[in-house]
Design a protein around this ligand. Structure first.
Ligand code: NAD
Length: 392
């Protein structure tokens, strides 16, 4: 009998699950439905560039229907309201519902505010195309306002969190702000661009040499680093740090961490700290008809530590999930997830970056790292056949 596959989320994990499921199951064997909040597949690894106005929206928001053209996937734009894993049914906020024989949860992660008072209410985040557009519009508005008011708070920017998201965003802003300033007749030297990090160092996944390279490159472009200084409170436009000092800034972007997706955490499958636990075949440990792809799941490596929630992992999980759903329907053995890590690349603006690539962790800095990051994005886009949907 024809099966129904329902995939929630069209990020890296979801879109690859849909493509892979269709590769392994014909239209006569399975209906595939993909539900997503927006009609676009968002290239979130490039959002920092959109947030600084350095790339067009078309380059990071690819129409899902075009990507899945000829794949016989039913695309539903809507927001998931409830997931009933016992009744095998998902309801959307528009009142409609979808039943399934196999469900893929690929709903990504959510911002973690760690309960810091005032932070959520008084900060911007960078999790979606809409967020990136909001940051860009806000930054321009603040510079424009500063040109009139000379209010220092309008010229002060705080990025909270020195992980990859925060560093990539501040690198892009450091490149783009001088031009925005000159457009409004503002002297760039009036701008205060702060990266606040709780730990002793930014980007702890890199070697001390690469971290220093990133710090020096960004400091040269006006970034000030405040490390070992967790943000403890944000009241209006006043950001308080652990040592008691405060920064008055009309722009605060919070990039301090992510957590599992609440819908997934509360749907009744087994979770570990809010992220779904999976077996080697990426099935829920409690519900074999529920498969997981991307950040809403936690996958433990051979050392017992969870892998970081990255795009490259989500992509590989999605591909395996599609194949394993076909095996599950056929009563065949599921393949084990065996991720391949190509390394980590951090962009530091238009022409600079650092990276640690390959199995041996070859270190890259400057233009080679920057080019490698662009190549990695191009490789992904060509893999999902997204290139033709864009007009640069
Ligand atoms: P993260 O959790 O990796 O980094 C958050 C940073 O915020 C940490 O350094 C943390 O110490 C700091 N922080 C936490 N609380 C703080 C506080 N109160 N005050 C100041 N700083 C605080 O989050 P992320 O950078 O958003 O990354 C999330 C995931 O996405 C990671 O797995 C990352 O590898 C991945 N990612 C990858 C890329 C890339 O490959 N280029 C880009 C972006 C994100």
């Amino acid at each position: 009998m024809k099966k129904d596959i329902l995939i929630l989320g069209a990020g890296y994990g979801g879109i690859l699950s849909a493509m892979s499921a269709r590769e392994h199951l014909s239209n006569a064997e399975a209906n595939i439905t993909l539900v997503n909040r927006t009609s676009n597949h968002q290239i979130i690894t490039e959002l920092h560039r959109l947030a600084a106005g350095n790339v067009s929206e078309k380059a990071v928001a690819l129409p899902i229907d075009k990507l899945l053209k000829d794949k016989d996937v039913n695309v539903v734009v809507g927001e998931v309201a409830t997931i009933d894993v016992e009744g095998k049914k998902v309801s959307l906020k528009n009142g409609s519902s979808q039943r399934y024989d196999a469900l893929v949860l690929a709903l990504g992660s959510e911002t973690n505010y760690f309960g810091i008072p005032g932070l959520q209410e008084n900060s911007l985040v960078l999790k979606s195309v809409a967020d990136a557009n909001r940051i860009f519009a806000h930054v321009r508005e603040r510079i424009k306002a500063y040109a009139q008011s000379k209010n220092k708070a309008d010229a002060t920017f705080v990025i909270g969190g020195g992980g990859l998201t925060g560093v990539e965003l501040i690198g892009e802003l450091a490149d783009e702000l001088p031009a925005i300033c000159s457009q409004y007749g503002v002297d760039y030297s009036d701008i205060s661009l702060n990266l606040v990090e709780a730990m002793a160092t930014i980007l702890p996944m890199f070697s001390p040499e690469l971290i220093q390279r990133a710090v020096t490159s960004l400091e040269k472009r006006g970034v000030e680093f405040l490390t070992s200084l967790p943000i403890t409170e944000v009241k209006g436009n006043v950001v308080t740090l652990k040592d008691g000092r405060s920064i008055t800034a009309n722009t605060v972007v919070w990039t301090g961490g992510v957590q599992g997706n609440a819908l997934v955490a509360n749907c009744g499958i087994e979770v570990n700290r809010g992220r779904a636990t999976v077996n080697a075949g990426l099935q829920s440990t409690t519900h074999p008809d529920v498969f997981l792809a991307g950040d809403c799941a936690v996958v433990f490596g051979p050392d017992g530590r969870p892998y970081p929630p990255t795009a490259q992992l989500a992509w590989q999980m999605g591909e395996l999930v599609g194949a394993n759903i076909a095996a599950y329907f056929r009563g065949a053995k599921l393949a084990d997830f065996a991720p391949v890590f190509s390394g980590t690349l951090a962009s530091l603006g238009r022409k600079d970056g650092i990276g640690s690539v390959g199995a041996t962790g070859i270190e890259l800095r400057g233009v080679p790292a920057s080019l490698m990051k662009k190549a990695s994005n191009a490789r992904y886009l060509s893999h999902i056949h997204g290139l033709y949907t864009m007009a640069y």
